[in-house]
Design a protein around this ligand. Structure first.
Ligand code: GLC
Ligand code: CA
Length: 520
């Protein structure tokens, strides 16, 4: 969940830990096992919490450490696990380490960050750019050196070759493990280590003025700033810290290539789980989706966290075509992901089939858009408040206005509007989660890809369970392995699948639909 936008208990328009605690019954009812909370630590908020000024406290906007303890206690009472967000690639520029580094260029905190003399022409030391636009280097006028930031200038990158930085993070991990968290989602896990020679990245495309920062970032091959091999050693070290607590490490890992992604798992010695994020960024591209899902599942069956949307991407229903078409495709892909092993994630509001929230151009809050006016609408569309009901503020806040002002959602797009309706998206997601709980072979059993005649029809059998996904715009027939198959879930209940009863049984999978079948 995106903490700022889930539930606001005190009416100031900003989501808080007390609000989350009061809404845990929704998660319990939905059937989820685990909640990942985005950062709630003290932060000046230039990147809405991903610029951390103190790793071991709670921002007053979100509550107190006591509120956190209460939230964890209540989550456990309900049988939910809690994962928090760790941001080790960079701190806030207001963090005391960076303040000390600025104040004393010869002091010990200077080497917590990457400082470098200007290039011969006085410009930045190399050609790296930040994810949010502009060069990845900012000049400190006082010392005459540049510091590195792969995100905003207010998010200086930590120097992970410095053993003192590694020691600090061991202590931070222990602090939260002692408080009972079940794991950490590791922000920008593929970014921590940098090329020791800070070589220029190869240029794929020339930059143009006013370019969308995401396109500008993609104009380089990130050979030297991201996905460096020494990242893996950092996570092996963290395992020694978290394993005694049985806490889980889940990386926000950038690589799309299955082999590069699997490195972070390192056969169980590094990150327990890695996000496979390509489907969360794609528009509706059935062939690319098919290749990606097959490739990653085949290589790393149990170490992948699957997702089609999060707080950084447009909502899947929007990207996949909008309206009921987009919603239907989103549920079809999610259903299939529930059969791929590993750990599937939903993003708050996805269970309602929500499309992007509508934020007026003058109200945009994401630094990607506010710092690059007109270039991109940024990430606000997925960050608007959770739609609980159709009262003012959609039940998110009792105050006059949410921190991110957006058009109100209709009753049909809210929890209150869907909870009693058996045909709602909410109840479809709820049934899907229940099926995963009931049929454990769907999660654990040995997987085997079935041959299908249709390139856009994917089918995976796990002994007694079979999951089929038809990414095609037309129905497709699947020949079933021998057995007595019964349909336990269809992502499109309006067009029930038919199972033939011939010697060679076949099932017709409707267009853009996934089915889960169980052998009796
Ligand atoms: C990750 C977060 C994103 C944040 C960035 C910088 O990608 O998901 O929201 O802006 O890291 O911390
Ligand atoms: Ca609040």
């Amino acid at each position: 969940m995106y903490v700022r936008s889930f539930a606001d208990a005190n009416g100031d328009g900003i989501g808080d830990l007390a609000g989350i605690r009061s809404r845990l019954p929704h998660l319990k009812h939905l059937g989820v096992d685990l909640v990942w909370l985005t950062p709630f630590f003290p932060s000046p908020g230039f990147d809405h919490g991903y610029d951390v000024a103190d790793y071991c406290d709670v921002d007053t906007a979100h509550g107190t450490l006591a509120d956190f303890d209460d939230l964890v206690t209540e989550a456990y009472r309900l049988g939910l696990r809690v994962m928090i967000d760790l941001v080790p690639n960079h701190t806030s520029s207001r963090h005391r380490w960076f303040q000390a580094a600025l104040a004393d260029p010869t002091g010990p905190y200077r080497a917590y960050y990457h400082w470098h003399d200007p290039a011969a022409d006085g410009g930045p030391p190399n050609n790296w750019v930040g994810h949010f636009g502009g060069p990845a280097w900012t000049l400190d006028q006082v010392s005459g050196q540049y510091y590195l930031h792969l995100f905003l200038p207010e998010q200086p990158d930590l120097n992970w070759t410095n053993p003192a930085v590694a020691d600090e993070f061991d202590a931070i991990l222990r602090f939260w493990c002692e408080r009972g968290v079940d794991g950490f989602r590791v922000d920008v896990a593929h970014g921590l280590a940098k090329d020791p020679w800070l070589r220029d990245n190869p240029v794929l495309q020339p930059l143009t003025a006013g370019m969308d920062p995401i396109a500008a970032f993609a104009a380089f091959e990130h050979r030297y700033d991201l996905d460096q091999n020494p990242n893996v050693a950092i996570f092996r070290r963290w395992r020694r810290v978290v394993d005694p607590y049985r806490a889980v490490l889940l990386g926000e890992t950038g690589p799309h290539d299955p082999v590069r992604l699997a490195r972070y798992h390192d056969e169980g010695r590094a990150l327990h789980l890695t996000f496979y994020l390509r489907p969360a960024w794609m528009t509706w591209q059935p062939m690319q989706l098919r290749d990606g899902l097959r490739g990653v599942q085949s290589l790393s069956p149990h170490s992948v966290a699957w997702t089609i949307e999060n707080h950084d991407t447009d909502r899947a229903a929007t990207r996949f075509g909008g309206g009921d078409t987009g919603r239907r495709r989103a549920l079809a892909v999610t259903t299939f992901m529930f059969g791929l092993g590993g750990l599937p994630f939903l993003f708050q509001g996805q269970e309602l089939g929500n499309e992007n929230g509508l934020v007026a151009a003058g109200r945009l809050a994401d630094p990607i858009s506010t710092r690059n006016p007109g270039a991109t609408s940024g990430r606000d569309g997925s960050r608007t408040a959770m739609a609980w009901d159709d009262t003012a503020g959609n039940g998110f806040t009792t105050g006059p206005v949410a921190w991110l002002e957006a058009a109100p959602r209709d009753l049909a797009d809210t929890v209150a509007g869907q909870i009693e309706d058996p045909a709602s998206w909410l109840n479809a997601y709820r049934r899907l989660i229940k099926v995963r709980r009931q049929h454990r072979d769907l999660v654990d059993a040995q997987a085997r890809w079935l041959d299908t005649d249709n390139g856009l029809l994917l089918a995976l059998q796990r002994t007694s369970v079979l999951v089929a996904c038809n990414l095609d715009g037309r129905p497709a027939d699947l020949t079933l392995p021998s057995g007595n198959w019964a349909l336990v879930f269809s992502s499109a209940p309006d067009s029930a699948a038919t199972i033939g009863t011939d010697l060679e049984a076949t099932v017709t999978v409707p267009a853009e639909t996934s089915l889960i079948l169980v052998a009796g």
